[in-house]
Design a binder for this molecule. Structure first.
Ligand code: HEM
Length: 506
């Protein structure tokens, strides 16, 4: 008996070794074929668990210095380097050719990894959580809802902005605009998606709408931690998260059930043109033309809500964060907006406001402090990145299956070789055509390739319209926060200290 076990163990060991040798030979052949050379590996105590870097990351996240630390690593180790963190192999890069390869050229070689496991309990299987054919289907359902006529419904924004304005004190007392912008974008996004706004800017305490807002925030705030736990997430029970998901689902399901009961949804496109019934465009109503599956409807609605709400709030908050500190920029913007003589702008007028366009391109939320400052994709097979290998970083790099190729838009958007010596300065004029700045893949606030943000025009229109209406309402603003910008990094990046200002009435 003992002999048999012994022989079996030896056989297994031989098989294991043989498979290791074969995969080593295959890997070496693959690397040779593609001319791969080793990338820089950052110094680590060991590269099996990578606990040292994991610990540093946890510390810098607590001290709100994650982004600064990432920048330091790129400054120290170059534009492509690898590390092992919490048992996961990362290749980090800010090479535009590498990012283009991952997001576009070799799009099919990469996926989102365990995002669906981590986010699924809240978001189900929708555009933001799925890969492959399932994602393609989601994208084909969601994308048609973002044409010009649909995002140009400025009357909807106007109603919510007026509520926001009533919340801003006119007696010189301090207000945190960031809190108000998060309410504004929740209200406008729910109006656009569900056809009824949760009206957080005016809702009464204890209402179902208020509860939905609170529970959606709670559930969403847990997603970043759940992502870090990845496949081990089921080991950590989180009762609050489970309850929040239930409340959110019930709220949305009620709205969907009511919509499903209406046999013949209104054609919203006609109504925007003024040729149909005077109802506003509603995402849910449009989706009903393509599917009547309640679970899919809920998943897509929540996916788009999550993708669109905090992001647009951050764009507004960060833009006002800088306006409060730069009266020179406020005055230039005001001069441009005053040419409208107090008239509400329409979609085309907004697009003609050049300085506002440069200001938004340069908004900290899009360039220096991008809303999504880091992102990544998992290799589905052994594959190759075109740059980062060898001592000069100009050779291809081997990417083993399962590796997370991570890229930092925060660092990339500060590259001096792209943006010039003043890359770290806030200067809207750099976007004027005569300056010739064409960053291409080095400017990715909305991502690129087939998964590029579907809500880009929606966000830019809502932000531009809100800024115009605020500048028309107020003569100026005073900064009431003497501190420097502080990192507020969860699923998206916001200002850790909010945007504390006093608005000066006209
Ligand atoms: C300033 C505002 C916004 C920024 C900076 C932004 C940025 C991004 C980024 C970086 C991604 C890629 C995420 C990833 O790799 O997983 C993305 C995807 C997405 N965004 Fe946005 N976004 C904004 C506003 C919006 C709005 C307003 C909506 C909808 C109302 C929206 C809907 C989506 C959707 C559905 C996706 C997933 C696309 C897909 O995977 O096919 N976004 N966005």
């Amino acid at each position: 008996m003992g002999d048999k076990v012994y022989t079996l163990a030896i056989l297994l060991a031989i098989l294991f070794l043989a498979s290791q040798v074969i995969s080593y030979i295959n890997e070496a052949r693959f690397k040779r074929k593609h001319g791969c050379k080793p990338e820089t590996r950052i110094p680590q105590l060991e590269r099996i668990i990578g606990y040292d870097i994991y610990k540093i990351q946890a510390e810098v996240s607590r001290s709100r210095k994650s982004l600064e630390t990432t920048k330091w690593r790129y400054d120290t180790y170059g534009s492509t380097w690898s590390a092992v963190v919490a048992g996961r192999r990362f290749i980090n890069t800010i090479e535009t050719e590498n990012i283009k390869t991952v997001l576009s050229v070799n799009f099919k070689e990469y996926g989102l990894g365990a995002r669906q496991i981590a986010w699924g309990p809240l978001l189900g299987a929708g555009i933001f959580t799925t890969d492959g054919a399932q994602w393609e289907h989601s994208r084909s359902l969601v994308r048609p809802n973002f044409t010009k006529s649909q995002v140009a419904d400025l009357n909807t924004f106007e109603t919510h902005i007026q509520k926001l304005i009533t919340k801003i004190p006119t007696d010189g007392s301090t207000v945190d605009l960031q809190t108000l912008f998060f309410q504004l974008t929740l209200d406008s996004a729910t109006q656009f998606l569900f056809g009824e706004s949760v009206s957080s800017l005016s809702s009464t305490e204890g209402s179902a709408q208020e509860q939905f807002g609170t529970m959606f925030d709670l559930a969403q705030n847990r997603l970043a931690r759940r992502s870090r736990l990845a496949k081990l997430v089921w080991l950590f029970k989180d009762k609050d998260f489970d309850v929040a998901c239930e409340v959110v689902h019930e709220f949305v399901d009620n709205i969907i059930n009511k919509a499903l009961e209406k046999a013949d949804p209104v054609d919203a496109e006609k109504s925007i043109d003024g040729t149909g019934e005077p109802e506003r465009y509603v995402f849910l109503t449009e989706m009903l033309k393509a599917t009547r599956d309640p679970k899919q409807l809920r998943d897509e609605l929540l996916n788009v809500l999550l993708a669109g709400r905090d992001t647009t709030a951050s764009l507004l908050s960060h833009t006002f964060h800088v306006l409060a500190r730069r009266p020179d920029i406020w005055n230039k913007l005001k001069a441009e907006i005053d040419e409208l003589q107090g008239q509400k702008p329409d979609y085309d007028t907004l697009r003609d406001l050049k300085y506002l366009k440069y200001l938004l391109n340069e908004s900290p939320a899009l360039r220096l402090y991008p809303v999504v400052p880091a992102n990544g994709r998992f290799a589905l097979n052994d594959t190759v990145l075109p740059l980062g290998g060898g001592p000069n970083g100009l050779s291809p790099v081997f990417v083993p299956k399962g590796t997370l190729v991570a890229y930092s838009t925060y660092v990339m958007h500060r590259r001096k070789d792209v943006y010039g010596a003043d890359a770290e300065e806030f200067r809207p004029e750099r976007w004027a055509p005569e300056e010739g700045l064409r960053p291409g893949w080095a400017y990715l606030p909305f991502n690129g390739g087939p998964r590029i943000c579907v809500g880009q025009q929606f966000a830019l229109t809502e932000a531009a319209y809100t800024i115009v209406r605020m500048v028309q309402q107020f003569a100026g603003m005073e900064n009431r926060d003497p501190t420097q910008w502080v990192e507020g990094l969860a699923l998206t990046l916001s200002s850790g200290n909010g945007v504390k200002v006093a608005m000066v009435p006209r």
